[in-house]
Design a protein around this ligand. Sequence first.
Ligand code: G1P
Length: 296
Amino acid sequence: MKKVRKAVIPAAGFGTRFLPATKAMPKEMLPVVDKPTIQYIVEEAIESGIEEIIIITGKNKRSIEDHFDRSVELEVELEKKEKTELLRLVNSISDMVDIHYIRQKEAKGLGHAIYCARTFVGDEPFAVLLGDDIVHSDDEPALKQLIDCYDEKQATVLGVQTVAKEEVDKYGIIDGYEMSDRVYTVNDLVEKPDVDKAPSNQAILGRYVISPAIFDILAETEPGVGGEIQLTDALKELSKQEDMFAYDFKGKRYDVGNKLGFLQATVEMALRRDELKVDFLAYLKTIVDQERIDVE
Ligand code: G1P
């Protein structure tokens, strides 16, 4: 039985939706409360049992590498000032896991970004985590739920949740049926369908466990929606060759790739923090009351 040990995290996009913040800074480094979004993703991978990570980067992404590397000057400074708690925090980031980096030289789409990881992955099943989707889960991390499903099925598993009908054109959508609790068989997939043509409203939300057979398919996949090589198109082809499942994972997912989703994540993550929740909630209540007064 093959184990899922490796994860691919694409982080090569331009982040145009967050300009000007992302002019000189990668969108993956934007903080939700006090942690870059990509750290939430890396932590989820580690908590799911992943041993090695490759981050697909592009131009302007050096600060991601710096973030997961040691910062000797900072460590010395914190040590001098006896800030042991902060020192531990800073060290824990660089000690997290083995992270590798590869540059996607051209922005040819998600499918192409994943293809860049083929040598790193080799002939093993692997996980993909997309940085725009942060998932908070009080149970198992979202990826762990998919890996458990993979262990049982030994086949590709896509992480899905139900989205509003009018939102299906933002996602990869599956056509499948629920065969057991939360597990769907996937018969077909379509990337960003028109709202009236979608086969369902089960959307792929940034978590995958994929069979290595995808690489041969990606090598041949033509550009699809938006002129980009789409992972969904390659998965559609894979579903014709091998079994494929979708898992309706538990957890609250935030789309930090758009401003409203990013703000929602910030507010809710802050409300989960012991040192912030009481004061922050009190503050939010005053804001909300104020708004009511203004509207009346
Ligand atoms: C990508 C995938 C899409 C998936 C989505 C999840 O789209 O192509 O299939 O549903 O991520 O966030 P993007 O958001 O990069 O346009």
